[in-house]
Design a protein around this ligand. Structure first.
Ligand code: AMP
Length: 346
């Protein structure tokens, strides 16, 4: 697959387009790309174009019936010298094979995404990085404490449930048989999501921002008295509805930075070129201030959406409105200007 062709104009970005699927963190990605001077393309499912028009982030909208048809418009994208920016929707609508075969230049390392999708591989990666992880129960009979049951893929916590025993597991699993899942120890503490950016151009792991999630119904269940919760027979669910910004206790920052660096170092042993660009560690911090990492996202996460006008950390580092979306575009721009585009498009 060829790299986008270079233009002859004075501006390094104006002959390239930045394209992404209209969903997840596309507003931020396209807005950031425009800030850096790129032509922007929102690829939308029919009927879902409105936000991209309303917020003026897309110079162009390409409508398809379903995101899974993305490979069909590869030619159109290549005609526009487009670079695709992956986000959480890609892994939801395309298989790893389709992502790897897609004949369009793509920001980041497309091979690393399979280490995110498969929860067992994800765990191997995090273990290699030396991080503290919740215990895994290999079969339901091993459950001896509160556990959370998770399905594969990025579905925003949909369908996850809690179980304390094997019989409770079997009861709640009814209707979900056949779906790949893992059973993980449930850690009680404060969930904090750390957003990083690894630049292969300057070989640095940056902290972009932090968030916590707003999940239904777990984040609203406390509005109902415990007795009513029991009377209503409520089950906790973790379906994500939004993200809340956070500044982390400053004394925890050194460990957060080291965790990010360890993840990048480990990624290079898993796939040639390793982790490129944004990624996120999903952690729970216990009352003893121990970090448990329960998941990694190997691409931009929607928790960065709040920070279009920069987070305190991006502000410290850049002194300008540097969202993660804009940071991606800046990396591509830096790569174009230094003749190293192939270092960031794998
Ligand atoms: P995930 O899809 O892995 O991000 O999980 C969805 C939500 O489930 C998280 O945002 C947390 O609220 C919760 N969660 C996941 N794993 C754990 C765990 N091991 N202990 C406690 N809460 C968890």
């Amino acid at each position: 697959m060829g790299l986008p062709k270079k233009g002859n104009s004075g501006n390094s970005t104006d002959r390239y387009s930045i394209a992404t699927l209209g969903s997840h963190s596309a507003l931020q990605i396209l807005h950031g790309a425009k800030q850096e001077g790129f032509h922007t393309i929102a690829i939308c499912e029919k009927g879902r174009e409105k936000p991209y028009r309303l917020f003026r982030v897309a110079d162009e909208i390409i409508t398809i019936q379903s995101f899974s048809e993305l490979p069909k418009i590869a030619g159109e994208l290549n005609k526009r010298n487009a670079i695709l920016i992956p986000h959480g929707t890609y892994t939801g609508v395309m298989t790893q094979e389709q992502i790897e075969k897609l004949n369009v230049p793509y920001f980041g390392n497309r091979k690393i995404l399979r280490w995110e999708y498969d929860r067992t591989m994800q765990r191997d990666w995090l273990k290699k990085a030396g991080l503290r992880l919740p215990k895994i129960f290999r079969k339901p009979e091993e459950i001896d404490r509160p556990a959370i049951i998770k399905f594969y893929g990025a579905h925003g916590g949909k369908g996850f449930f809690l179980a304390k025993t094997a019989s409770e597991f079997r009861e709640k699993m009814k209707g979900k048989e056949g779906k790949p899942y893992i059973i993980q120890e449930y850690i009680v503490g404060a969930p904090i999501y750390a957003h990083y950016f690894h630049s292969p151009l300057n070989n640095e792991v940056e902290i972009m921002s932090f968030d916590k999630r707003y999940e239904s119904n777990v984040d609203s269940i406390g509005r109902i008295a415990a007795k009513d919760q029991l009377d209503m027979g409520l089950n906790t669910s973790y379906n994500i509805t939004g993200n809340v910004p956070l500044a982390i206790r400053e004394s925890l920052l050194p460990e957060v930075i080291e965790m990010g660096e360890a993840v990048v170092k480990a990624s290079k042993t898993l796939e040639k070129h390793g982790m490129i660009g944004p990624f996120s560690l999903e952690t729970i911090i216990t009352p003893e201030l121990k970090f448990y990492v329960f998941e990694i996202s190997a691409r931009i996460v929607a928790g960065t959406n709040f920070f279009i006008s920069a987070s305190p950390y991006a502000d410290l580092r850049y002194g300008e409105n540097m969202s993660t979306g804009r940071r991606i575009a800046r990396e591509i721009k830096n790569a174009i200007e230094t003749g190293r585009l192939n270092t960031v498009l794998r």
